[in-house]
Design a protein around this ligand. Sequence first.
Ligand SMILES: NC(=O)c1ccc[n+]([C@@H]2O[C@H](COP(=O)([O-])OP(=O)(O)OC[C@H]3O[C@@H](n4cnc5c(N)ncnc54)[C@H](OP(=O)(O)O)[C@@H]3O)[C@@H](O)[C@H]2O)c1
Length: 197
Amino acid sequence: MRALTYFIATTLDGHIAGPDRGDPTGPDGWWPMAEDYVAHLVAHYPEALPGPARSALGITEEGTLFDTVVSGRRTYQIGLDAGLTNAYPHLSQVVFSRSLPPSTDPGVEVVDSDPVEAVRALKQRDGKGIWLVGGGDLAGALHDEIDVLVLKVSPMTLGSGVALFGESSFAPRLWSLRESVVLDSGALFLTYDRVRD
Ligand SMILES: NC(=O)c1ccc[n+]([C@@H]2O[C@H](COP(=O)([O-])OP(=O)(O)OC[C@H]3O[C@@H](n4cnc5c(N)ncnc54)[C@H](OP(=O)(O)O)[C@@H]3O)[C@@H](O)[C@H]2O)c1
């Protein structure tokens, strides 16, 4: 069975975006992306870069980790508002939404049913891993389905903003550290496997 990986950029205080729920890495963004951070992404997670970034950097590698990306509607909407019906055209994309119409993009499926059931069905299919891109609310709904957590920790605190698991209910889970990478810029890449009973 393939795994669901929540591969997500977070601050030291556990926020993935500001209170406006905008894109802090966009053109007017304030989320710092150091050279070594981008280089690490390109070298190890080329499939997790958006299509325009892949084109700009000349990346054509498929990557080995993910062939599917699952997204909450607000996260997907950021791309739509920028004119992109599919920010990850090199992956199959599933967008969870009870408000969007069916997608006109053949690479994007809009699903209005329970994300837990849909992800369990995705896990049964053959292929590479499934990337949960975010945002916080969808991650909260899928908390128990996440098998691997990859935190891209930026050396920054926000005070408030969108939390890693949104506004989900209190539910402690344990994780086992598999790998830690410390970059000169102070960013960390931490990979954890879910500890299941
Ligand atoms: N740091 C990072 O790496 C990263 C990555 C991704 C996103 N983000 C940030 O995260 C923010 C967006 O996150 P968000 O938490 O506001 O929204 P989100 O999780 O992206 O989307 C929430 C939406 O997903 C849909 N949904 C369907 N079933 C759901 C369920 N059971 N539970 C929850 N949502 C369900 C709903 O859409 P409908 O209302 O259409 O029904 C809901 O409004 C943005 O600021 C974005 O920039 C950061």
